[in-house]
Design a protein around this ligand. Structure first.
Ligand code: 5GP
Length: 335
């Protein structure tokens, strides 16, 4: 565990609002309301309920969204998420988040607030590099996705080293991929990379459409067939594997049956990720530990998985070289 904790890890699949654990939510409540306020005490009462029933994961999304429904809440939350990844020795994280609009902010304000917070956090936590992938929530109407992509394209011009791609996520049972494909294609044409949640539930015709359309990385890939996995291998598209998330959300029955095993056996590209470290009460260190214990991974395999993540990140070549160096130096020191 000590070895995995110290490893300068690379996180490629992390949803911002899902990445706040109980402790960070407490810190967020304290910053927003002050530790002696009535609001804060009410929050603590709700936290303790969550702690008793850790598996009520999805209720937590709505709960976190309440706390990040103001600009200050969103700004602090972003900083706390970066803090938590830095504390876990994650050297690079691509944070994804769905721009939201409410009475406190527009979708543009949302993204700008997150961008500003990431820039601030990068000064406080210089040991971690943070990138941003605005998310399309497929459960929302297509015109929202259009707005998200046009904002992402515009803001990526202003912050080319920060906004690197677009994520397609949200309830996989809702919305049709084909409705979002034209907008995703537009984003891709401007140079943004695409990270697409694919085969999260069983839907072979949609998986076919998605593979035909193409993507830079595949989120989850739980229900990919051996032929699909072979195709991703041939095209060097990495599958983002999130073990605890898949178990807790019930798409995979047990760790032993997790598709990471099949992907490793096929020698297809893969990365180990947290998905929602807060909601699922995990860290990237824990995910590596679980993968290592379940599938008997050696230290060298954990290092190789980290290097694989480096190469499938959307970072520049120069940044990838620096990341790989950090991993290499760590491995040498411990050898
Ligand atoms: P946010 O975009 O608000 O920062 O992060 C939380 C959101 O990410 C959720 O409301 C949901 O739309 C998306 N999300 C988080 N985890 C998952 C997941 O495992 N699968 C899918 N499809 N979407 C997810």
């Amino acid at each position: 565990e000590h070895f995995l904790k110290g490893l300068p890890k690379v996180e490629l699949h992390a949803h911002l609002n899902g990445s706040l654990g109980i402790k960070s939510l407490c810190d967020l409540g304290e910053r927003l309301y002050g530790s002696s306020s009535e609001e804060f005490l009410k929050l603590c009462a709700r936290f303790s309920q969550f702690e008793k029933n850790m598996d009520a994961c999805f209720e937590k999304f709505a709960f976190v969204h309440e706390l990040t429904s103001t600009r200050d809440g969103l700004r602090f939350a972003t900083e706390l998420a970066v803090r938590d990844f830095a504390e876990d020795n994650v050297q690079y994280v691509e944070l994804r988040t769905t721009p939201k609009a409410n009475e406190n902010y527009s979708r543009r304000d949302y993204l700008q607030t997150v961008i500003d917070a990431i820039k601030e956090a990068s000064e406080t936590y210089p040991e971690i590099t943070v990138k941003l992938l605005p998310s399309i929530n497929r459960a929302e109407p297509v015109d929202v996705a259009e707005e998200t992509v046009s904002l992402a394209v515009e803001l990526a011009q202003a912050h080319p080293n920060l906004i690197l791609g677009i994520d397609l996520s949200g309830n996989p049972g809702k919305g049709r991929f084909s409705d979002f494909a034209p907008i995703l294609a537009q984003a891709r044409d401007t140079g943004l990379k695409l990270a697409i949640h694919c085969a999260e539930i069983e839907n072979p015709s949609e998986v076919k459409e998605m593979l035909q359309f193409g993507m830079s990385r595949c989120g989850h890939g739980t229900f990919l067939t051996p032929e699909d996995i072979e195709q991703l291998k041939q095209r060097n598209i990495a599958i983002e594997c999130c073990l605890t998330s898949n178990i807790k959300s019930g798409t995979v029955p047990s760790l032993e049956e997790h598709h990471l095993k099949r992907i490793m056996e096929a020698d297809a590209p893969k990365v180990i990720c947290t998905d929602d470290s807060g909601v699922f009460d995990t860290t990237l260190t824990k995910e590596f530990l679980i993968a290592a214990e379940t599938f008997g991974l050696t230290r060298q395999q954990c290092i190789d998985l980290t290097l694989e993540a480096v190469h499938h990140s959307f970072a520049s070549e120069q940044e990838q070289i620096q990341m790989a160096d950090r991993v290499g130096n760590y491995a040498v020191i411990l050898a």
